[in-house]
Design a binder for this molecule. Structure first.
Ligand SMILES: NC(=O)c1ccc[n+]([C@@H]2O[C@H](COP(=O)([O-])OP(=O)(O)OC[C@H]3O[C@@H](n4cnc5c(N)ncnc54)[C@H](OP(=O)(O)O)[C@@H]3O)[C@@H](O)[C@H]2O)c1
Length: 318
């Protein structure tokens, strides 16, 4: 079967399409004929080996040869002990532990997957698992009338997060580059900020909730952006910033009547299915920037990693 592989960290040039042996499912695993895999920033980070946490399990060279964790497709073989699926079932899920979605077939533990709603296409379903859990859990504290700021709001998780926070009745400020301002407004953002021009921690505004998808500032800058009782949650960013948030951030938060920390996202079907239900009911829109073939994975990753994608980029290996 065809797969996009890499053997060293680097730019998209290190990726190539190869014929690799068809994998067989072990106990508890299923093999999925991949119809669609959406790209996450975590794929870009694992390609580059940066931030440092992207090298967990593979300090010098990548632990997995094929990236791609958000898969949707059809089960074509099941391993021993698999009870929830059989060949022919349409499934989707976040296969973060094994990856392998940029290929014609991928192995996944059955626990990572669930049945795909018939109302969603494979491409749509593939956009939901990873970005969806981040957006759902990250916007959970948003309430009617609260002031919410989402940093990195024009990407995959952000495009769901804007809509979820608006649905909760919040006033939403969305931060991303200049090319994504209209896109973020179209998703419901009340105010937008171009991060290359303005620093949201220095505008003088204070927020009840800051959801940060790309954290790199000091704890004190984030504290400045919070209203009394407010909460700052970071889900991604530099390793140094994340470490400071879990150490200094916790103390600064307690001393100033705010909360600063890292959101460790709970993974798995029960956590992303509520978003799929909202998409099926038409209450949340799935934003797909483009759907491309396996051969175009390097260019597609660059498109996401360099921040040009409006919503999710999807790979369709078939
Ligand atoms: N905590 C967990 O358990 C967990 C699990 C999985 C993933 N994650 C993390 O969650 C995040 C999810 O990201 P995603 O998939 O939604 O990424 P994405 O689609 O690439 O979106 C990120 C957005 O942030 C923008 N951006 C980059 N630098 C910025 C800056 N300095 N200020 C404001 N915006 C900036 C990017 O645009 P430009 O670069 O073009 O400007 C892009 O639009 C990633 O950081 C990932 O590592 C966390």
């Amino acid at each position: 079967m065809k797969a996009v592989v890499y053997d060293r960290y680097g730019s998209p040039d290190v990726l190539r399409v190869e014929d690799v042996p068809m994998p067989s499912p072990s106990s508890g695993q299923v093999r999925v004929r991949v119809a669609a895999t959406s790209i996450n920033l975590s794929d870009w980070e694992s390609l580059r080996g940066s931030p440092a946490y992207a090298r967990i399990g593979g300090l010098r060279r990548p632990a997995r040869r094929t990236l791609g964790s958000d898969i949707a497709g059809v089960v074509d073989e099941v391993g021993d002990g698999v009870t929830r699926f059989r060949p022919g079932d349409e499934v989707y899920g976040d296969n973060l532990a094994l990856m392998g979605g940029f290929a014609e077939c991928a192995l996944a533990p059955e626990t990572a997957l669930t049945h795909k709603p018939a109302e969603l296409t494979f491409a749509e379903a593939s956009t939901i698992p990873q970005a969806g859990v981040i957006a759902l859990q990250g916007t959970k504290p948003a309430t009617q009338g609260s002031r919410v700021l989402i940093n990195g709001a024009g990407g995959g998780s952000g495009s769901f997060a804007i809509q979820l926070a608006k649905r909760a009745g919040a006033h939403v400020t969305a931060v991303d580059n200049d090319g994504k301002q209209d896109f973020m407004r179209s998703l419901g953002a009340d105010e937008v900020i171009d991060y290359r021009r303005d620093d949201f921690t220095r505008t003088g505004h204070a927020y009840d909730l800051v959801l940060d998808l790309v954290a790199y500032r000091s704890v004190f800058a984030y504290r400045r952006a919070l209203a009394p009782g407010g909460s700052y949650k970071c889900v991604g960013g530099t390793a140094r910033t994340l470490l400071r948030l879990v150490s200094v951030g916790t103390v600064v938060g307690r001393l100033t009547g705010r909360s600063l920390g890292v959101l460790f996202v709970k993974q798995g079907p029960s956590h992303f299915e509520p978003l799929a239900d909202l998409c099926v009911r038409g209450e949340i829109r799935v934003e797909i920037d483009r759907v491309v073939a396996l051969e175009e994975v390097p260019a597609a990753l660059a498109h996401v990693g360099e921040g040009r994608a409006l919503g999710k980029v999807v790979i369709a290996p078939a």
